[in-house]
Design a binder for this molecule. Structure first.
Ligand code: UD1
Length: 434
């Protein structure tokens, strides 16, 4: 069983290069199904979520070729609608994009209900509302989603989202790209990866306007053609290194980023006394000797990202005084706090609010990654703690961070990937879906 072993207490120093955005990549790969031709996707993050989606596409008949470490060529000319590997679909949240992509390409889709990190109930009713409005008949039965159009085509329409949903906005954009007529999504989410998906599709011949605002207009086109596209840098990966640099009192240049996408994180870091300087495509972080407390509320973009909530809680646990973290997106995203408490953090949780009595030293402990970003938070805590921290269930972390150990080691962290022998009483353990 692989675990991360961290000997904490080292300040992160140096430069780190950010990979392509996971949440853009996991939509762009399914969206490639719509393309009648070869698309070459650059800045593709090498993480397990993208690996799984590429495998699913191959199963549907796509030819996938790795050109180099971060460039993938996908040829969907000869894809066919068939049974996709459901065991893989079930493991990732982003498999929901296959509903929109398969409906758009084949006029029908059978997928599993998506997996993904467990932050309480994560319904996909807004996705289904969107697909139904576009003319599909959708049924959810025994953990599967069955969707079918009557005449093989989706039809553009006006869709008002009852919740600001990243996934539903992107899924409807994908489905509507080849639909007949015009689709208007109102109350759309505005995350940078939504703009990236629209830019990818537009570069292949789609006609999508307004991505990045709360009204997205999609004029369906007959066909998408091949082309080359580079994915934007990952906002959350960048934010994780920024917070880790600040939490360890280090000095790090975070490279290959779009500083505008990071403003929501930079602003909060500055409130803690961290120096944040923005350059063209990099951000310089210098940790404060005395971190200051602050309050944070997570919100849809351009608010503070919910995915940065767990690492930010670690930083606040180190800042003198009482900080309040309010989770504005999910009902249940503080499960990892129990693990953080094992390391000496004083955090109490009441529903969507965590009160952090900061300034207590963290000490190394065996902890586990409850999900992807909680796992990143455990690593951040381990980097700041005295002694040794062993992080289990790292498969969650590897879903979203390319070469996490390598990048942290290059910044001077004492972290290693260690293969522990399987514990007998865990032999039958069911791995929670990540
Ligand atoms: C995406 C990201 C995830 C991030 C989240 C919010 C991917 C693969 N994942 O997840 O990392 O934490 O955005 O930035 O891109 N909701 C409904 N019904 C729906 C859809 C969502 O009630 O049909 C609710 C969710 O339960 C949640 C809120 O709306 O409370 C926002 O969810 P959403 O923006 O859809 O998140 P995801 O797309 O699942």
């Amino acid at each position: 069983m692989e675990k991360y072993v961290i000997n904490g207490g080292k300040k992160l120093q140096g430069e780190v290069e950010i990979s392509g955005a996971k949440n853009a990549a996991v939509a762009i790969i399914p969206a490639a199904l719509l393309v009648d031709g070869v698309c070459c996707i650059e800045n593709m993050p090498q993480i397990s979520d993208t690996d799984m989606l590429l495998t699913i596409l191959k199963d549907l008949g796509a030819k996938v070729r790795l050109i180099n470490k971060s460039t993938v060529e996908i040829d969907c000319t000869d894809v066919h609608n068939g049974d996709a590997p459901y065991d893989l679909m079930r493991k990732i949240r982003a498999s929901y994009y296959l509903i929109g992509a398969m409906l758009g390409r084949f006029g029908a889709a059978k997928t599993t209900m998506p997996g993904g990190c467990n932050f309480g109930v994560r319904p996909i009713d807004q996705h289904i509302k969107g697909m139904t409005a576009l003319g599909a008949e959708v049924e959810v039965k025994n953990g599967f989603v069955y969707a079918e159009t009557r005449d093989g085509k989706l039809h553009g329409t006006r869709i008002y989202l009852d919740k600001v949903s990243v996934g539903a906005t992107m899924n409807i954009i994908i489905a509507a790209a080849l639909a007949q007529g015009r689709t208007i999504i109102e109350n759309a989410a505005r995350e940078p990866h939504i703009v990236d998906l629209a830019n990818f599709l537009n570069s292949m011949g789609a006609d999508i306007r307004g991505a990045g605002t709360d009204t997205v207009k999609i004029n369906g086109v007959e066909k998408l053609h091949g082309g080359t596209y580079a994915i934007i840098p990952d906002q959350i990966e960048a934010g994780t290194y920024m917070v880790a640099a600040a939490a360890t009192g280090g000095e790090v240049l975070v490279k290959n980023v779009i500083p505008r996408h990071l403003e929501c994180i930079s602003a909060k870091l500055r409130e803690t006394g961290t120096i944040v300087q923005e350059y063209g495509d990099s951000v310089y972080i210098k940790g404060a000797s005395n971190l200051r407390r602050t309050n944070v509320k997570t919100l849809p973009y351009p608010g503070f990202p919910t995915d940065m909530q767990p690492p930010m809680c670690v930083l606040l646990a180190l800042a003198e005084g009482t900080s309040v973290m309010t989770e504005g997106v999910y009902d249940d995203r503080f499960k990892y706090v129990n693990e953080l408490r094992k390391m000496g953090a004083e955090v109490t949780v009441d529903g969507r609010v965590a009160v952090i009595e900061g300034g207590k030293p963290l000490t190394g402990a065996p902890v586990h990654a409850c999900d992807l970003r909680a796992g990143a938070a455990m690593v951040t805590a381990g980097l700041c703690a005295s002694g040794t921290t062993v992080v289990e269930d790292i498969h969650f972390i590897e879903r979203g961070y390319e070469n996490f150990v390598g990048k942290l080691r290059a910044l001077g962290a004492d972290i290693s990937l260690v293969n522990f022998p399987e514990e007998p009483d865990n032999a039958d353990k069911v791995i929670a879906i990540g």
